[in-house]
Design a protein around this ligand. Sequence first.
Ligand code: CP
Length: 321
Amino acid sequence: MVDGMHKGHGRSNAKVGAGHVVETQQFDRETIEKLFKLADSLEGVREESLKGKIMAALFYEPSTRTRLSFESAMLHLGGSVITMENGSESSSATKGETLEDSTRVVNHYADVIVMRHPEAGASARAAAVSKVPVINAGDGAGQHPTQSLLDLYTIRRELGRTDDIRIAFVGDLKYGRAARSLGYLLAKFKNIHMTFVSSEALKMGDDIKTYLKKHKVTYDETEKFEDAMHKCDVMYQTRIQKERFASQEEYQKFKGVYIINRKLADSMKKGAIIIHPLPRVGEITPEVDDSPHAVYFKQVGYGLLIRMALLKTILGGRKMK
Ligand code: CP
């Protein structure tokens, strides 16, 4: 059992244990800090600590970063990878196999399962029947906990702190699992203020707002983002989640509403950062890329370190000190 990674509570009622990573609410602050310390120590490291261990990447939805960074992380640590991309079309799910049965089967092949799925709660369902740890790599409009850990790690690396932060979340806050997860995670830190910038139809869910109130985290909501841009320490830009809309027409109504251009980036406070889970599809223009505020590609590198730290912690059986 990995300390601080076993208490499934909040959105899911799944009985999670044995190192499953299902949602960000399960992490306590001490665990996060230990994970970050381990990630710091893994920069530039290639080792054999996970030699003989096998990671199964089960992806039922498209991915570039999450799948490849988990695979790369495993290879950096000397482990091996079996992978199923495009699982919604190429796996036995097309024949009607349940997620639970597929999980039971893969338990015989791998020491850890990294799963992306279009349905919220899918990883929790898999974790409930799995004897090996299940890591949620994004479940529909639910959560993306490892993205949030790398987002927070980016904040810590770039700002030097995880407390006293004013963060603006921009874009699709209704369907964007990365923003939702980070909202839950940041609630564990001190003096955090969140500004939710979105169109009315894509507002942050009440589940998170209730959680923030319970944890005494202040937030405000607005449809205008220039003011939030000037005031924030962290701008979390997100794409509109095209795949969650019923029609292309509906999606087009919201695409392009919030775009960070160079002029807006230049109006940010000194030291403030722009992060984005990526992929971006026009909501940050390319001329922002060499702004001192732009850290979204550096963030990808921090993601590799966090996923190495997670795998090493879960599979290496080491307690984080
Ligand atoms: N940030 C993220 O989840 O990217 P991918 O969809 O490419 O994995």
